[in-house]
Design a protein around this ligand. Structure first.
Ligand SMILES: [Zn+2]
Length: 454
């Protein structure tokens, strides 16, 4: 199925165009088929504006929304970089609205490394195969399947549900979430909370099924260090060698052990996971607690501290010439509430002659755990899996939550999937041979329906 809708290109609110009001007879949607079809649209995002574009995938999503009684709007800030917005009106306008957002782009996949075609969208052996199967065309498909259920059964949610299928999450969001927040904030008026990727997947530890819901994300900063010295001949003594100064500084930064900083989310994770697994939790000795948590520690080990990881180096152009400058870049991840402290720490580690600047600085985000939203998500999971041990957790990396939280929206990682015990979910996103179990998707549709209807 493929139909064209008016594409709005521009930046002003006047560029909103509702889709053409053509409707077709109701067709029941199979979530695995929808996920597979979305995978077949190659929406590879190589970053820096080099992208296959999301347009065909967005038009397909818009067509499915239209068919299910939800008029979509398409917005293109740049050619082929297409976003879809829609609003399902609730029965009780006094309730705060909820945003459900998915990105339609995917990271590249090299077919030579895969055992199947990453963009064929094959369904076999109980799995949907292809790039985007877990990141995150699965969530887009589950959302559409819920909309389809409501349409079929003549149901409506209690609150307004705002839907966003966005471009460019796998780069900077400049054509997607951040652009929408900067140019179309009014569309999200009344939205109090949002759900999206990276949370509510089952994670088996010794027979206990944890379901971590994302309630925080570390901040993402790219920091450039510049060492400035005295250029000169490589054969001569030089106590102001920029390369030496930079190398010494990087060694000092790499060796620095950042202190444990327990955020509310990570503390709640440690307490909740410890209780579920019967493990003693000592918040004064977090490293020992992580060791006792075994495989569950993977959900918290990168989020008890900030990190400053050297990743790029540049200096010199000839072996017998000492360059006047040398530069490096650090991948800096900050925990909620720690940005100022971390910057002061880095400054204290820099010797005279080495300066720093932010090339990119996205602050951390944290949503409250003790809210009716979190309780409703946990209830929806337990209703479908009575053994679910639901815990909040903090993402080590970042998502479009960083954009939508700028509007004061509480952003949660809630993309429910029940997974087989031996399924290595964490190796799937951005990995080789990405796939998602069909039964997991069907579980996710039931959980999402419960939560979005509540
Ligand atoms: Zn993603």
């Amino acid at each position: 199925m493929h139909r064209c809708f008016p594409i709005a290109i521009g930046t002003g609110p006047s560029q909103f165009h509702p889709a053409a009001p053509d409707t077709v007879a109701f067709m029941p949607l199979d979530v695995a088929q929808v996920c597979a079809q979305l995978i077949r649209f190659d929406t590879t995002n190589r970053g820096g504006g080099d992208s296959a574009g999301e347009r065909e995938a967005a038009e397909h999503v818009a067509a499915l929304l239209q068919d299910n009684g939800v008029p979509p709007m398409l917005l293109e800030p740049a050619p082929r970089r297409t976003n879809v917005l829609a609003r399902v009106p609730g029965t009780d306008p006094s309730l705060p609205a909820l945003l459900v957002q998915s990105h339609l782009d995917v990271v590249p996949a090299d077919p030579a490394e895969w055992s199947f075609d990453p963009f064929a969208g094959e369904i076999r052996d109980g799995y949907v195969h292809g790039r985007g199967a877990v990141d995150m065309k699965d969530m887009a498909a589950m959302t559409l399947a819920v909309i389809n259920r409501w349409h079929t059964e003549g149901r409506r949610p209690r609150r307004d549900i705002v839907l966003a299928f966005v471009a460019d999450e796998e780069d900077q969001g400049a054509y997607g979430a951040h652009w929408l927040v900067e140019h179309h904030a009014a569309y999200f008026a009344g939205v109090q909370a949002a759900i999206s990727e990276s949370g509510a997947f089952s994670y088996d530890v010794d027979g206990v099924r944890l379901y971590p819901i994302g309630t925080a994300e570390r901040g993402t900063s790219h920091m450039k260090l510049t060492a400035t010295g005295r250029a000169g001949h490589g054969s001569r003594r030089n106590d102001q060698n920029a390369v030496t100064a930079l190398a010494t500084t990087l060694a000092r930064i790499a060796a620095h052990q950042h202190p444990v900083r327990l955020t509310p989310t990570v503390e709640a994770f440690l307490v909740g996971a410890g209780k579920a697994l019967g493990v003693e939790v000592d918040l004064d000795d977090v490293d020992a607690t992580l060791a006792r948590l075994g495989p569950a520690a993977k959900l918290a080990e990168n989020t008890v501290r900030c990190s400053t990881t050297p990743t790029m180096l540049q200096a010199g152009y000839k072996v017998n010439v000492i360059p006047g400058t040398a530069t490096a870049q650090l991948d800096v991840r900050t925990l909620p509430g720690t940005v100022d402290e971390l910057v002061a720490t880095i400054d204290a580690l820099l010797p005279p002659g080495v300066t720093r600047e932010f090339l990119e600085h996205q602050p951390p985000v944290e949503a409250p755990v003790d809210t009716p939203w979190f309780t409703a998500m946990a209830d929806a999971l337990r209703d479908e899996d009575p053994a679910a041990a639901v815990v909040p957790y903090c993402l080590g990396g970042g998502t479009d939550a960083k954009a939508f939280s700028r509007l004061g929206i509480h952003c949660y990682g809630f993309s429910p999937l029940r997974l087989p015990v031996d399924f290595d979910y964490r190796a799937m996103a951005h990995g080789v041979d990405e796939r998602v179990p069909v039964a997991g998707l069907e579980f996710g549709v039931r959980v999402l329906d419960r939560f979005l209807s509540s």
